[in-house]
Design a protein around this ligand. Structure first.
Ligand SMILES: O=C(O)C(=O)CO
Length: 308
């Protein structure tokens, strides 16, 4: 039983040490070593090439080293290979930190104060209580739920939306396309944490964003292609939206001449909201290998036809 790990070598050393200590029965290889391709049953990778996949005749599971799996080319992955996204506590902790920071920055008018500081302008804005700032999360998976839990102590009225909905204590949950307008109509701050699929690509478009209340702001921590850039720019320029915090763009890195860089109402970060932590990831992967061996469902297994 062998695993091939093809990501960052420095982090790979931590993975290797954890596998040696906690799963010595799983041989751990990286591409710098000689390995028998026929022995590899598990591949842990970010975006494996078609050639690599084709070289592993007995591959059973492709584990993403990140939360997303949209970077995989499903077309080159034989249908019997199972796909698992990474669910580990470090990714969720990072996302909670970032989303909380972004919500608070928008709630406390940081975009305006940044501009005022540039002009040496002392311009206080009346404080809105958190109880009057409605925050909604699109995507109620592991990360969406963690972000909602993290926001609870501030007292924002919270809501969530996803294809299939959910029940989260203290959160008004909406399910499916028909419920989207009602959900959007009551989000002063909208956070996108959806997986990127053919159904969610472009979901942050004029039709949907214009249903947010006037003056609302958005946070995109999903994927760049969720957002229709031109629609965001025009809704900001028309003052229907008051701001955007974007951690993801399309493409990445964002070209230096892209209008997002200089837009006064956009705050940009370079896809750093959260990052897989190697110790948590190695342990999450070992736990999934054990579940798989015991015939149990794996945590984060993707329904390949659904794309998440
Ligand atoms: O984990 C992911 O999918 C990422 O976006 C990495 O930052």
């Amino acid at each position: 039983m062998a695993l091939l790990y093809t990501s960052d070598p420095t982090r790979g050393r931590i993975w290797r040490a954890i596998f040696a200590a906690e799963a010595p029965d799983v041989a751990f290889f990286d591409p710098s070593q000689n390995y028998d391709p026929a022995a590899i049953r598990y591949l842990a990778a970010w975006a494996p090439s078609a050639d690599l996949i084709a070289s592993l005749p007995n591959l059973e599971i492709l584990f993403s080293i990140g939360a997303g799996i949209d970077q995989f080319d499903m077309g080159v992955l034989p249908p019997h290979i199972r796909v698992v996204r990474m669910i580990e506590p470090g990714i969720a902790a990072g996302m909670v930190e970032y989303a909380t920071m972004a919500v608070l920055a928008l709630h406390r008018n940081l975009i305006d104060y940044r501009a005022a500081q540039k002009d040496a302008r002392w311009a206080p804005i009346k404080l809105a209580p958190a109880g009057e700032r409605r925050v909604g999360v699109m995507g109620l998976g592991n990360l969406g739920q963690a972000v909602l839990q993290g926001l609870k102590p501030f007292g924002f009225p919270l809501s969530g939306w996803s294809r299939s909905g959910g029940v989260i204590e203290g959160v008004t949950c909406h399910a499916g396309e028909a419920a989207l307008p009602a959900f959007l109509g009551q989000c002063d701050i909208l956070i996108c944490l959806l997986p990127l699929t053919s159904e969610t690509r472009g979901i942050l478009c004029r039709d949907n964003l214009s249903q947010l209340p006037k003056g609302a702001a958005i946070i995109n921590v999903g994927r760049g292609p969720h957002l229709v850039e031109h629609d965001l720019l025009s809704l900001l320029d028309e003052a229907h939206l008051s701001g955007a915090v974007l951690d993801v763009t399309d493409p990445e890195p964002l070209p230096a001449d892209h209008p997002f860089w200089a837009h006064p109402r956009i705050m940009l970060t370079p896809h750093v909201a959260s990052m897989t932590r190697p110790d948590g990831a190695a342990r999450a992967l070992i736990a999934n290998i054990r579940r798989f061996a015991a015939g149990q469902p794996m945590d984060g297994e993707v329904a390949r036809d659904r794309g998440y």
